[in-house]
Design a binder for this molecule. Structure first.
Ligand code: AMP
Length: 212
């Protein structure tokens, strides 16, 4: 059975980093709504223009915009996939149910202070979206992406005030999804604190256990 995973967790819980590792391990398709939206903003598309204000303020982008993106990406997709940053609320989760058979929800658990610390030191590649951290995962050449040579930058929504708002929105809108998937019996919780390699080991074990 193909893995069809949603990756849940607060902003800064390491979803992007773990997603990259999981994609390398399992070879499934990654769909990150945050990355897709940032790309749309960079390219100045109509979607990007509509989404930018919400993103800069730490709010959720309206469902119809994001759902359109997801439908487009899932249409005709063969094999397993991992959704990073989607769904973000119950409406999105219900819509997803109508178009895909999600068989696993992985929830990364990280405490709030660790999140604020992590995000303040996060740097992202403008070109390929690879994520770095000034202390725990620095790029070899400061300011330049190891993977593609792109310029590293701090996301406009990675400032402390916006992070606090994103956390508030997460608790109000996204956290209830853990119950939604728990009731289905497909939720696994993973301790997202500590070293990236350790979190990845725990995530892999949890995924393998859920399939056995
Ligand atoms: P992320 O990279 O997942 O932290 O997403 C960055 C920002 O993009 C969020 O703070 C939202 O403004 C927007 N966004 C990403 N995914 C979604 C989604 N599924 N629904 C609504 N807004 C989203």
């Amino acid at each position: 059975m193909d893995l069809k995973i949603v990756l849940l967790g607060p902003p800064g819980s390491g979803k992007g980093t773990q997603t990259e590792r999981l994609v390398a391990e399992f070879g499934f398709t990654k769909i990150s709504t945050g990355d897709l939206l940032r790309e749309a903003v960079r390219n100045g598309t109509e979607l990007g223009k509509q989404a930018k204000g919400f993103m800069d303020a730490g709010k959720l982008v309206p469902d119809d915009l994001v759902i359109g993106l997801i439908k487009e990406k899932l249409a005709g997709l063969k094999g397993g996939f991992l959704l990073d940053g989607f769904p973000r609320n119950l409406e999105q989760a219900e819509m997803l149910d109508a178009i895909a058979d999600i068989n696993l929800a992985v929830n990364l658990d990280v405490d709030e202070q660790a999140i604020v610390d992590r995000i303040a030191k996060r740097r992202s590649c403008k070109q390929c979206n690879e994520v770095y951290h000034l202390a725990t995962k620095p790029s070899k050449k400061g300011g330049v992406c190891d993977k593609c040579g792109g310029e590293l930058y701090q996301r406009t929504d990675d400032t402390e005030a916006v992070v606090r708002e994103r956390l508030r929105v997460y608790k109000e809108r996204t956290l209830p999804l853990t119950d939604f998937y728990k009731k289905r019996g497909i939720l696994v919780n993973v301790d997202g604190q500590g070293e990236i390699d350790d979190v990845f080991d725990r995530t892999l074990k949890a995924i393998k256990k859920s399939r056995s």
